[in-house]
Design a protein around this ligand. Structure first.
Ligand SMILES: Cc1cc2nc3c(=O)[nH]c(=O)nc-3n(C[C@H](O)[C@H](O)[C@H](O)COP(=O)(O)OP(=O)(O)OC[C@H]3O[C@@H](n4cnc5c(N)ncnc54)[C@H](O)[C@@H]3O)c2cc1C
Length: 417
């Protein structure tokens, strides 16, 4: 009997979870599962936030990709060149062609610092840094150690970005870090964002703006960064406003994977895969599915989202192959710990329709929502273990699923994006 061919593009958070779940779901004589990624370095990306502050190191957050995949999954360490959706084939950079019955796109998002004028100029990794890459996070650690006075600007260039709260967490942790080093009174901290508040959703935004204020971190809103002049230490917005900096920490523009742009019928102009918001099937091709940062869905680009989507996606791949109706099982559920320094963190939980609200998660007796607590900080730290040992292997976590729990939330306020 011919075996089904399932090809998964990307061996990061989503690709690994999906491949492992599919491997459990289908016997080896039923389906061949292929995963493609350009390298063999799986980075636990939430850990990148802690590297600049010396709270963890790259050794602790990077593991071989192959070792995260179950036996019986074929791993191709290659660059994906293009997808020929009309022919149900993937082309790799060594001209290997992988035919598929079902394709899962989990190729994440791509940082595009070169799209902002001057950002990767002479100051790149000198006085301008990003912690969104392992190398950048490590270089920033040394720069922070040397930084003893002046103006540190944290800038989110534009949405969408992975983990939109990570730059805020960076600002909070920087405040803690310089206080610990007794240098805080010599350092001005500025948070510049293109949004009209600290965050996208009103209730959370109000809480987070309050925290920035408490920590004396200046909030600059509606700042659309267009140019960096690292020699003069100036960040310039499209409307001509200038922010002086001695050290700039940037979250650069994000787009989808370049091969998505090169593959007609797969994605939008930004390179994100056009995806049905509840079934995770591509809107263009019925045998293509997508999850995580690679989609065009109006939810956060976050590991939690990727995890919730993986459960629905795997179910729907199985239904599709069995000729059954797909399940509209994903409601945009996202969940995020926000580190606020001094061993505390906030937790937010929301979906397409409901914005982050106060209360408790996942029930009235759970972790506090939208309130700083040590318990949330411990939750954030513990998550790395959960990631390697439960999420990536594709195990279900009780209480954490693709639909947002409402028990424990304080208000029935509904917010539509
Ligand atoms: C600093 C930081 C902090 C974060 N903190 C959190 C957090 O606290 N909580 C949270 O939920 N999320 C957090 N995230 C976001 C989270 O890590 C991502 O949303 C998640 O990893 C997305 O999974 P993914 O599978 O879609 O993409 P990825 O895990 O990025 O995987 C995509 C893979 O595709 C591969 N790929 C792409 N193009 C090609 C190609 N052409 N050829 C071959 N391979 C290719 C890449 O090499 C990569 O391995 C954070 C991210 C960052 C950067």
């Amino acid at each position: 009997m011919r075996r089904l061919q399932i090809v998964v593009l990307g061996g990061g958070t989503g690709g690994t979870m999906v491949a492992n779940r599919l491997r459990r779901r289908f016997d080896a004589d039923e389906a061949e599962i292929h995963v493609v990624d350009r390298d063999d370095r799986h980075v636990y990306q939430p850990g990148l936030l802690f590297v600049p502050f010396g709270l963890t190191s790259l050794d602790e957050i990077v593991r071989p990709r192959r070792r995260q995949l179950r036996n019986g999954i074929v791993f191709h360490e290659r660059e994906i060149d293009a997808v020929w959706v009309e022919r149900d084939e993937v082309l790799l950079d060594d001209r290997t062609v992988l035919p598929y019955d079902v394709l899962v796109v989990a190729s994440g998002s791509r940082l595009q610092p070169e799209e902002t004028e001057g950002l990767t100029g002479p100051g790149w990794n000198e006085n301008v840094f990003t912690f969104y890459t392992p190398e950048g996070a490590d270089a920033l650690r040394s720069a922070l150690e040397r930084f003893d006075g002046g103006r540190l600007v944290v800038n989110l260039v534009d949405m969408p970005t992975k983990c939109p709260v990570a730059p805020l967490e960076f600002a909070f942790l920087a405040e803690w870090y310089f206080q610990e080093r007794e240098a805080r009174d010599r350092i001005e901290l500025v948070y510049a964002t293109p949004l009209d508040g600290a965050f996208t959703k009103p209730v959370a935004s109000e809480h987070l703006s309050g925290l920035l204020n408490e920590k004396a971190i200046e909030l600059v809103t509606e700042f659309n960064a267009g140019e960096v002049d690292s020699d003069r230490g100036k960040l310039v917005s499209y409307d001509g406003r200038e922010l002086d900096f001695d050290l700039l920490v940037t979250v650069p523009l994000h787009g989808g994977a370049a091969f998505v742009e090169r593959s007609p019928g797969l994605g939008d102009v930004l390179g994100f895969v056009t995806t049905d918001r509840t079934t995770l099937q591509s809107t263009g091709r019925p045998n293509v599915f997508a999850l995580g940062d690679a989609t065009d869905l109006p939810t956060s680009k976050a590991g939690s989202v990727t995890h919730f989507e993986a459960e629905v996606l795997v179910e729907n791949v199985a239904r599709f192959l069995a000729g059954k109706e797909l399940e509209a099982g994903y409601d945009g559920h996202a969940n995020c710990f926000i580190e606020t320094g001094f061993h505390k963190a906030l937790l937010i939980d929301f979906n397409y329709e409901t914005e982050p609200l106060p209360g408790h998660f996942p029930t009235a007796f759970g972790l506090p929502l939208l309130r700083e607590s040590r318990l949330n900080h411990l939750g954030k730290l513990m998550f790395q273990w959960v990631y390697w040992h439960a999420l990536l292997p594709g195990r279900d976590l009780p209480g954490l699923g693709p639909t947002m729990p409402t028990a424990g939330k304080k208000s029935a306020l509904v917010h539509r994006e």
